[in-house]
Design a protein around this ligand. Structure first.
Ligand code: NAP
Length: 283
């Protein structure tokens, strides 16, 4: 079975349009600020793609562009201005930032309640404690796909390849919160194949094209491919899709898999932030 990210995103979309309509009827217009520093082509592309997506929903979005040479303390002040602006509901920082700027420091300057990518220490800490919070959008997209296809997580052996804060580590915590038995693997993991062959659900987020081969996957496993890589000019995942597809019970393709859900999750998170504020105001 193919786990179709576009189909999952479309299901989310229908519901999102209804929620946005109801906010607009109450004269509430969600607004996202994207912070783009320097000229990183991947960040520029992602930022313009996100802008188009958010606009398609009829929401406000503004890209705040800064020079590659902006100082760390200057950028901190800019983020603080966005925090204080009552007309801005969510903030997203395009990564990577230039080397002279601490990403940690910039992320933790964002107000946790405006942190759409859920990467502030407060939000990550809340995931650890299994408290309601803003979660990173890519792990949330993976959880949304599993939920949409009614794939049972509880008690399952789940192996996550990759331990970045933005994907692997937070995804592992979110799976643990749903009672999976989680193994996290990384570049120093020994006997990787022994681990992956034990996975009922195998999730790869390492950024290596076609790294996961069919002999690493248990028969009838669920395979989720988060990787986005270039191979011979084509966009491919971490998983050798054509071969693994024959072993797996279900698999996400690349493209049209996790990535297709992630941008919709960004909009969903923004709308949730605004709904929460509205409900709070109404008391
Ligand atoms: P990252 O920060 O480079 O992290 C990669 C992780 O993979 C690290 O933890 C690294 O281990 C581990 N790793 C590398 N080689 C490995 C190997 N041979 N065996 C086991 N683990 C290995 O990357 P990221 O930001 O998490 O992104 C991962 C992939 O997901 C990329 O392809 C990226 O483009 C994609 N991505 C997709 C979406 C989406 O929406 N679909 C969103 C974000 C990212 P160490 O910690 O030991 O170095």
């Amino acid at each position: 079975m193919i786990l179709d990210g576009k189909k999952v995103a479309n299901e989310l979309k229908e519901n999102l349009f209804k929620r946005i309509d109801s906010l607009k009827k109450n004269k509430i217009f969600p607004s996202l600020s994207i912070v783009l520093v320097g000229n990183n082509p991947a960040s520029q592309m992602y930022s313009s793609f996100l802008t188009k997506t958010v606009k398609k929903y009829g929401l406000d979005v503004k890209v705040h562009e800064y020079s590659e040479n902006i100082l760390e303390n200057e950028l901190v002040l800019e983020i603080k201005k966005l925090n204080e602006d009552k007309n801005i509901d969510g903030i997203l920082i395009m990564m990577p930032l230039p080397k002279h700027i601490s990403e940690e420091k910039i992320i933790d300057t964002i107000l946790p309640e405006k942190d759409i990518d859920g990467l502030t220490t407060v939000n990550i800490g809340s995931i650890v404690k299994n408290k309601d919070c803003l979660c990173p959008c890519t792990p949330k997209a993976v959880m949304t796909i599993l939920e949409s296809y009614k794939i049972d997580i509880e008690g399952k052996d789940v192996v996550v390849l990759g331990r970045s804060a933005v994907v692997g580590k937070t995804l592992a915590l979110m799976l643990l919160n749903k009672n999976a038995t989680v193994t996290v693997c990384h570049s120093k993991t020994r006997n990787l194949k022994d681990k992956t062959l034990n996975a009922d659900i195998l999730i790869s987020a390492i950024g290596k094209p076609h790294y996961v081969k069919e002999d690493m996957v248990k028969k009838d496993a669920i395979v989720i491919d988060v990787g986005i890589n270039k191979l011979n000019g084509k966009t491919v995942g971490d998983v050798d899709y054509e071969k693994v597809e024959k072993t797996a019970r279900a698999i996400t393709p690349v493209p049209s898999g996790v990535g297709s859900v992630t941008t919709t999750v960004v909009v969903d998170t923004l709308v949730s932030v605004v709904e929460k504020k509205f409900l709070h105001k109404k008391g």
